[in-house]
Write a protein that binds this ligand. Structure first.
Ligand code: TLP
Length: 353
């Protein structure tokens, strides 16, 4: 039996229907600009985001990093939340690839507000780095899959623009944000110069992301995609998976959110376990009390019960719901955590299939 893999929503395998869509996708050479499925996907993403153009890239990391490179010059400063993906999980790429400094901001659940950005924007001076780009992550991964309220996005971005900053949205999980709020991706995207999105997280494609923006910035991003080694040839196979995901896997994200809430409710009943961050989308973080040992050991024990989770700090564990996780598996995961924690499992509230 395959394990209940809650490490990430990136672990999904393509469905049969997705594989069929990939196999049927007409392809060309995308580096030469003539892969029809990539072209169709880019046009679709541009339209979803309400932007002039979009560029297909292999990963969310490349989406963010080509955007950072396109917006900045070496020596510039990028303002982002201290818990953001670009700081924690992109191997120092803003420094390595774009020569940028990062100015980290604090705030609950990966969010900040207009008054937080004012003090970090540097006046023009030959001594200072140039404050150039502000990045928001929505949903915010280490913030618990937190959703940015649209009014807060509007406040922060309009204040940033007054200071001449460029704006990028790390929208790896913008689909989850929109599922939670009922907003359209374009409602968020209109506040930004560039927006990234991923097909390989909740949408279940094997890989692939995109960046949308105006024609000029996307032309620069295309150039850096090639420079960073991300230009692919018959990429229509992957774009076919992404188009299928957009057609069939967006509406179902509400199920993932419901299962995450059921999971959190079940975990909260287990003695020694606390849920530190509100569950707003498909992510559940839980903290282990001192009697339960460290997160890495706890996850290793969970694995022997065929449940996979990720330790994200010494006492914190992350579980993410996705396409390949059923309501039944949620109950089983809660049971496994209770067993590892040495507690009797309790009924899982509201578990759904
Ligand atoms: N996040 C992964 C890990 O890297 C942590 C995960 O399992 O959640 N932006 C955000 C907000 C992300 O969460 C991720 C992936 C990315 C960008 C990068 O996407 P990939 O993995 O395609 O480079």
């Amino acid at each position: 039996m395959s394990p209940t893999d809650l490490r990430s929503d990136t672990v999904t395998r393509p469905t049969k229907a997705m594989l069929a869509a990939m196999a049927a996708a007409p392809v060309g050479d995308d580096v030469l600009g003539d892969d029809p499925t990539v072209i169709a996907l880019q046009e679709r993403v541009a339209s979803i985001m309400g932007k002039q153009a979009a560029c297909f890239v292999p990963s969310g990391t490349m989406a963010n990093q080509t955007a950072i490179r396109a917006h900045t010059e070496h020596g510039d400063e990028v303002i982002a939340h201290k818990d953001s993906h670009i700081i924690h999980y992109e191997t120092g790429a803003p420094a390595a690839l774009s020569g940028c400094m990062i100015r980290p901001l604090d705030g609950p659940c990966g969010l900040f507000d207009e008054q937080d950005i004012e003090p970090v924007i540097r006046p023009e001076s030959s001594h200072f780095p140039r404050s150039r780009l502000l990045i928001i992550e929505n949903t915010h991964n280490r913030g618990g899959g937190a959703v940015w309220p649209i009014e807060q996005v509007a406040r922060v971005t309009s204040r940033a623009r007054k200071h001449g900053l460029r704006l990028h949205l790390d929208g790896a999980r913008i689909w989850n944000a929109c599922t939670a709020t009922g907003l359209k991706p374009a409602d968020y995207a209109r506040h930004f110069d560039t927006v990234s999105c991923c097909f390989s997280k909740g949408l279940g494609a094997p890989c692939g992301s995109a960046v949308a923006g105006d024609r000029e910035i996307i032309a620069r991003i295309l150039r850096f995609r090639k420079m960073f080694g991300g230009a692919m040839r018959q990429a229509g196979l992957l774009a076919g998976a992404a188009l299928h995901a957009l057609d069939y896997h967006v509406d179902r994200l509400a199920d993932d959110h419901e299962r995450a809430r059921a999971l959190a409710d079940g975990l909260a009943e287990i003695p020694g376990i606390t849920i530190p961050l509100p569950v707003q989308t498909n992510m559940v973080f839980f903290d282990l009390g001192p009697a339960l040992g460290g997160a890495a050991d706890f996850c290793a024990k969970l694995k022997t019960h065929s449940v996979l989770a990720l330790p994200t700090s010494s006492q914190r564990v992350r579980m993410v719901t996705h396409l390949d996780i059923s309501g039944e598996q949620i109950g089983g995961a809660v049971e496994a955590v209770a067993q590892v924690a040495g507690a009797q499992p309790t009924a899982v509230h509201g578990a759904v299939r």
